[in-house]
Design a protein around this ligand. Structure first.
Ligand code: CU
Length: 229
């Protein structure tokens, strides 16, 4: 009787290990999503004369509302897969450099974000949001980094009250996400295989979504075309 119990116990252990192994393999069995975002309209880029802090800011500012690259690719669009939780990435970082927010659009999972000031002049971080508390804080030149919390999913507009042209966006999204490059392409790796909703958001052109069947171990391509407003 005792031997039977031991043998049964060993069998249960092996079965448990097998289940564990399968779940690990499943987690790694995701695919890559390659999302292409196109825009048929004209780029919208505004230029402004600058007469403040010109030694750091230069004498002309560029406000890039719609950036269209080669082959009608739309840059700066946020692509996200809300159902793909994935591992939390490293903390998102936005730098205030040359009196610009760099990068112009950043994605993060709900939590903390770091704002840097590498300009050696005063900036004033001012966010516009509804789900998250608004931030309105001076960041003097000696304060090289500031950590803030954005805990609710939302597209948060960031500005600077010292330099009126400074404009950036923080996309707080629950799932895996990326931002399209100058050719309008974003690649997201490790997306769980199967049906997934893919969302695209652009600061000027709005939102679209599609259902996509993600292949395991391969690249699944999907394309969006944003409409002008
Ligand atoms: Cu500023």
């Amino acid at each position: 009787m005792r031997r039977t119990l031991v043998a049964f116990g060993a069998l249960a252990l092996v079965a448990g290990a097998a289940t564990w192994f399968v779940s690990i393999a499943g987690a790694q069995g995701g695919g890559t999503l390659e999302v292409e975002v196109k825009y048929n309209g004209a780029p919208q880029v505004e230029k402004l004369k600058v007469n403040k802090d010109t030694e750091k800011c230069g004498t002309e500012a560029t406000i890039e509302k719609v950036v269209v690259g080669g082959n009608k690719g739309l840059a700066n669009a946020v692509v996200s897969v809300p159902g793909a939780k994935g591992a939390t990435k490293a903390k998102a970082v936005v730098d205030q450099h040359g009196c610009k927010f760099v990068p112009h659009v950043v994605t993060m999972q709900p939590g903390e974000i770091e704002f840097k000031n590498s300009d050696d002049i005063l900036h004033n971080l001012h966010t516009y949001s509804t789900a998250n508390p608004s931030i309105n804080k001076a960041q003097p030149k000696f304060k090289k980094t500031m950590t803030e919390k954005l805990e609710k999913p939302e597209f948060v507009k960031i500005t600077c009250d010292v330099h009126s042209w400074m404009l950036g966006w923080v996309a707080v999204v629950p799932g895996l996400a990326g931002v399209t490059d100058k050719d309008g392409v974003a690649k997201i790796e490790g997306v769980p295989a199967g049906k997934q909703k893919v969302e695209v958001w652009h600061e000027t052109l709005g939102k679209q979504e599609k259902d996509v069947d993600v292949k395991a171990g391969g690249v699944t391509k999907v394309s969006f075309e944003m409409k002008g407003k």
